[in-house]
Design a protein around this ligand. Structure first.
Ligand code: HEM
Length: 507
């Protein structure tokens, strides 16, 4: 997901200039060298080719306060460092204290306006003058016809197709499959272990769930191959986009090409199964997308759109949810009261089930407290820190001009930690989601407006099912007293969150 969201990149100062390097995570030592090259080259180019024309005088006085900093580099490295040190919220707060809730800066090579607060979120999510900003590196890896790159009618068409697969009466059908996958994982990878590392286990669990539902992939060498390719895709997605044989970016491109071939092959097989009646529209996402037609009876999505959007759904559909579940496990380890209330909720539900009987849609509706715990976890640690938009025309917010071509950056945590919206925001308190929902655009872990997360309900199902079996089956303790985390750029607990595990009911 889309992880468009999760990226910070260098594009050219001038959006029409042809080569614009992208800088993002991870900043390991080889990446750092490349990052320096990526930063230094454009600085030189910028200085040599800087146009002489003056800035627009009329617009200048309306621009938000703040400084664009050094050409190209701007404030990028400073923000990246803060993300890594998990002090990015403070970094943004410092800017707000200095300049107010609307300020200009330069991030990843482009002039940017940072906007914070619910009114700003509403503007970002709903304004037709702002388009989702997709870094070229991510576009090259995921494909340029995914939902993340489309606008207007095309975005609506592809979003409608994905929503068809994720609508409630389809989701109902998935609960049993997700239940089976969760139990298999816990039996094979958690049961009988004295210690496990949570994050990689959650990543594989959510990958297996989503690949089962997107492609009908059961446990098989094909699923393992796809999992390996996707791990490769993720490794380089946030690296410096230098396509040389030894770079993470190039490895990521190769892994993406392999994954795309696998998905195209699955699509061919599924098409044949649809013809022979062995598959139906509700079999999996690919079957659903292949079955959709427009009013003339022509396929709604091209073959390339199906592959590109399957790539996005696979990434968006497992990375974020696995972070949510990992951080719930981390929080519950040190909050016995919340854990006890969850255990009680799930034991109550289990009483009405037969031995080994799978959970169903109605059971999930009863897991209200657990979902509030999940929402509170998302409020405190939103998997997506923030995201970029690009102004497609000059546009105004709060009396300030945002010129055409500038980036706009929103950051979820700033709103989530606003004392005017959430009482004692640093406190973990699931009851704040009881009865009253948060005011519009103030809880934005899933974004908002026409691009609000299309997989939100899916994430709810897999989280609730996993937590049901986890809190009933196991007790755990964190292995390390130091439970800090970094944003890389997604939140990632120290060492992947190792825990000591005890299976309930075992001697
Ligand atoms: C806890 C889990 C999840 C979180 C926190 C999350 C968060 C988000 C956010 C914040 C956005 C909006 C980004 C923006 O507007 O800039 C988004 C969009 C999206 N999400 Fe999720 N997501 C989650 C799970 C999922 C799942 C399970 C799927 C797929 C099954 C999914 C698919 C997508 C897609 C396709 C978009 C793009 C929608 C569009 O552009 O119209 N997400 N997500």
């Amino acid at each position: 997901m889309r992880r468009d969201a999760y990226v910070y990149h260098i594009t050219s100062w001038d959006e029409h200039r042809p080569s614009s390097p992208t800088l993002s995570y991870p900043m390991d030592s080889s990446s750092l060298v490349l990052a320096l090259i990526a930063v230094a080259l454009p600085v030189l180019l910028h200085l040599l080719t800087r146009p002489n024309k003056p800035r627009r005088p009329a617009a200048a006085k309306l621009l938000p306060p703040g400084s664009l900093g050094l050409p190209v580099i701007g404030q990028s490295l400073s923000l990246l460092r803060a993300m890594r040190a998990n002090t990015a919220e403070r970094w943004i707060q410092d800017r707000i204290h200095r300049y107010g809730p609307v300020s200009k800066l330069s991030l990843f090579g482009a002039p940017t306006v940072l906007l914070t607060g619910p009114a700003a979120n509403k503007f970002i999510f709903f304004s037709s003058a702002l388009a989702l900003q997709q870094p070229r590196s991510v576009q090259r890896i995921l494909g340029d016809e995914s939902i993340l790159d489309l606008m207007g009618a095309d975005h609506k068409r592809v979003r409608g197709a994905l929503a068809e697969f994720l609508k409630p009466d389809m989701l109902r059908l998935y609960v049993g499959k997700i239940d089976g996958e969760v139990r298999r994982h816990l039996d094979e990878r958690w049961a009988g272990q004295r210690a496990v590392t949570v994050m990689p286990l959650m990543k594989r669990l959510t990958f297996d769930i989503i690949s089962l539902l997107l492609f009908g992939l059961e446990r098989s060498p094909l699923q393992d191959a796809l999992a390996a390719d996707f791990a490769g895709v993720m490794d380089g997605m946030w690296a410096v986009p230098v396509n040389l044989p030894f770079t993470a970016f190039s490895r990521s491109l190769r892994a993406s090409a392999r994954a795309r071939r696998l998905i195209a092959g699955i699509a061919r097989e599924t098409r044949a199964k649809l013809h022979s009646g062995e598959a139906s529209r509700s079999s999996d996402l690919i079957a659903c997308l292949l079955s959709l037609t427009d009013h003339t009876g022509a396929p709604l999505l091209s073959d390339k759109e199906i592959v590109d959007n399957s790539m996005v759904a696979l990434i968006a559909g497992h990375d974020t949810s696995s972070i949510l579940m990992t951080f719930m496990v981390r929080h519950l380890a040190n909050d016995p009261d919340t854990l006890a209330a969850m255990v009680q909720e799930h034991e109550e539900i289990a009483k009405s089930k037969g031995d080994g009987e799978a959970l169903d849609w109605e059971d999930l509706a009863k897991m209200k407290y657990t979902w509030r715990v999940a929402l509170e976890t998302l409020r405190l640690v939103p998997p997506i820190f923030g995201n970029f938009r690009r102004a497609t025309q000059d546009v105004e917010f709060d009396g300030y001009l945002i010129p055409k071509g500038w980036q706009v950056f929103w950051a979820a945590s700033v709103t989530h930690m606003d004392t005017g919206i959430f009482h004692e925001p640093a406190k973990f308190d699931p009851s704040r989601f009881e009865n009253q929902s948060a005011p519009p655009c103030s809880f934005v872990a899933f974004g908002g407006g026409p691009r609000i997360c299309v997989g939100m309900e899916f994430a709810r199902i897999e989280t609730l099912v996993t937590m049901h079996y986890l809190v009933r089956g196991f007790r755990w303790k964190l292995c390390s007293k130091n439970d800090t985390f970094a944003r890389d750029p997604m939140p990632s607990p120290l060492h992947g969150l190792p825990i000591e595990l005890e299976q309930k009911g075992s001697p």
